[in-house]
Write a protein that binds this ligand. Structure first.
Ligand code: UDP
Length: 354
């Protein structure tokens, strides 16, 4: 039995959607590690909640998501930083634990690593973002080899220390997602509404095909969203809000396909495996995480990055994909048990070696 402390991202409270896919990853790992009988505490910003898992909440001001800033941005913490307060808490309780697990991308937890006695595993949820974070990560991984985990190889490849990352992939609780074999005509787009996700490309594609697009997710950048609405006043789009997993899987399952059009190198794309679990094929740019998930021609189509005509062509061929194969892929590759095995092996190695 391991005693583990999870430290959440500090860009938003768990359950808000601000943290993106890492929120789901924390939920899933916490659930799976408790099921396996490990002792686990989750620390997260005030207002956080997880399904059936208690959370220790910490007050303070949130970090600004680093992906909204330039690569040269200086290291920045707000007054009464929740990130700093969470790590102050971690410092005080560290001796109760075998391992601390950092889920924040920010500079501070990396910098603090040598000052904390308990071993820290860093789960890195995005690709390379800033010069300052690359530098501190590089320094820490040299001093503490084996302590960095990432979602995918494409994500690791954005860092100078790609070869030293543990590739852990992602997973979902398949019992929460129902297979739907009788979809309606609509397509889906799902995720944080922010420039790196390039929702405008999906909207441009349905503006051509005329097939309705249901949009689900947190509007993280209101100006960006309004600009899309202005640029495509007649596009057949319908914004459905940010939904709970239960509601989301119901609505997503009714859709003909999921469009994934990120401009950045998506570290994973948890929405992809949620779609597969519902039997929804994926049309994604051939870049980043989705290109490692989608089986081209079997569980979706991979499209030349940034090509609207490529998206349109794939939409027109979506009926060639068997929805049953999508669910099957989710079951074979993305179960919580498989994820638990990988993380458990990684954590045990760290605890034994340190
Ligand atoms: N999501 C949700 N409800 C919604 C839309 C999105 O819960 O209405 C969640 C989705 O389940 C996924 C996350 O938002 O876990 C998006 O994560 P992803 O890994 O795709 O991208 P990220 O935001 O981390 O870049």
């Amino acid at each position: 039995m391991l005693k583990i402390l999870f430290l959440s991202t500090s860009v938003g409270s768990l359950g808000s959607g601000q943290g993106g896919g890492v929120e789901l990853t924390i939920q899933n790992l916490a659930q799976e590690f408790r099921r396996r009988g490990h002792q686990l505490e989750v620390v997260a910003p005030e207002g956080s909640w997880l399904n059936n898992i208690p959370v220790t909440t910490i007050t303070g001001n949130l970090q600004v998501p680093v992906q909204t800033q330039s690569r040269e941005v200086p290291i920045c913490l707000p007054d009464n930083s929740v990130l700093a307060n969470m790590w102050d808490y971690a410092r005080r309780v560290q001796h109760k634990y075998d391992l601390l697990v950092n889920f924040a991308f920010d500079w501070l937890p990396f910098y603090l690593t040598p000052f904390i006695e308990t071993t820290i595993a860093h789960f890195i949820s995005m690709g390379s973002m800033t010069v300052a974070s690359d530098r501190i990560m590089q320094q820490i991984i040299q001093q503490y080899p084996g302590t960095f985990g990432v979602y995918t190889q494409s994500q690791a490849d954005t860092f100078p220390f790609a070869a030293d990352c543990e590739i852990l992939s992602s997973a979902i609780d398949l019992s929460l997602y129902q297979f739907n074999n009788t979809p309606e005509a609509s397509l889906a787009w799902l995720g944080r509404i922010a420039p790196e996700k390039a929702l405008e490309d999906a909207v441009a594609a349905v503006n051509i095909t005329g097939i309705p697009l249901k949009i689900f997710g947190k509007i993280q950048d209101q100006d960006y969203w309004e600009q899309i609405c202005r640029d495509f006043p007649d596009a057949p789009i319908d914004y459905q809000g940010f939904l709970s997993t239960e509601k989301l899987q119901q609505e997503l399952g009714k859709c003909r396909a999921l469009l994934m059009t990120p401009r950045w190198i998506e570290a994973f794309g948890n929405v992809a495996i949620e779609a597969l679990a519902c039997g929804v094929p994926i049309i994604a740019y051939r870049r980043g995480g989705p290109s490692e998930i989608v089986k081209d021609g079997q569980t979706g189509w991979l499209v030349e990055p940034d090509s609207i005509s490529g998206l349109v062509e794939a939409i027109n061929q979506i009926d060639q994909i068997e929805r049953q194969l999508c669910r099957q892929q989710a079951e074979e590759q993305y179960s919580l048990e498989a994820l638990g095995d990988r993380f458990e092996a990684w954590f045990k190695k760290l605890v034994i070696n340190n």
